[in-house]
Design a protein around this ligand. Structure first.
Ligand SMILES: [Zn+2]
Length: 226
């Protein structure tokens, strides 16, 4: 039976046909898939043509899917990122290198001073390290990331003592410094190998001396004390 002439009847007929088709697909999924496959075989470019002619709809569909399935989409994204950490990191680095202006604009837009303050308060060593690396790079020096774990291992190597005078260091991180043995201003690197735990007094007195110059000061000091 064909489509009726009367518009009201035609509407009912179309709805009925759509319902029949839906039921058919649900009852015979394999037949439906097979028909689909055959159609694609006959029209090998159909998918590509559809993609090219419906770009906006496809994007809108993706957007709507993301909104409707936000929790699931975020979970998928999280799982993918966890499984491909290095790949994601490399892709981000590549993107930032290729789009410096966009990157700067995005970080301006998403920068939240209150959030940044909270992060710095929670991660003082990481925050100090970031500032350090930025400063070193500004003067053209070499900067490596120094993590809290690295700092703990430096401290262990010096048995929790000042690397210059041997005074035991307070467990309170603010009470001592990480000194750059070769000062940054004199071409030293910001990296584990150039860091020495130092009491406030040594760090202050050593200032921008090279290790050999500083050793002379220490020798003079110990012979004066003897
Ligand atoms: Zn000291």
């Amino acid at each position: 039976m064909g489509k009726p002439e009367d518009p009201e009847l035609a509407k009912g007929w179309l709805a009925h046909r759509a319902e029949q088709e839906r039921r058919y697909r649900a009852e015979h999924p394999e037949r439906h898939l097979e028909a689909h496959r055959r159609y694609r075989e006959r029209h090998p470019d159909a998918d590509r043509i559809y993609r090219e002619t419906h770009e906006e709809e496809i994007r809108e569909y993706g957007r709507r899917y993301f909104v409707d399935n936000k929790a699931r989409a975020l979970e998928n994204q999280r799982r993918y990122r966890a499984a491909n950490r290095d790949k994601v990191r490399a892709a981000k680095r590549k993107y930032r290198a290729e789009h410096p202006e966009k990157t700067a604009e995005e970080s301006r837009r998403y920068y939240d001073p209150a959030k940044a303050r909270r992060w710095r308060a929670k991660n003082p060593e990481k925050a100090a390290d970031i500032i350090h690396r930025r400063r070193v790079r500004l003067i053209g020096g070499d900067a490596r990331r120094v993590t809290p774990k690295d700092i703990a291992s430096i401290l262990r190597n010096y048995r929790n003592r000042c690397g210059y005078c041997g005074t035991p260091l307070s467990p309170v991180r603010r009470e001592w410094h990480l000194d750059h043995a070769i000062p940054l201003k004199r071409g030293g690197r910001h990296a584990i190998g150039n860091l020495v735990p130092a009491c406030k007094s040594c760090n202050h007195q050593k200032s921008t001396r090279l290790p050999i110059e500083w050793r002379r000061v220490l020798l003079r000091r110990s012979s004066a004390a003897a």
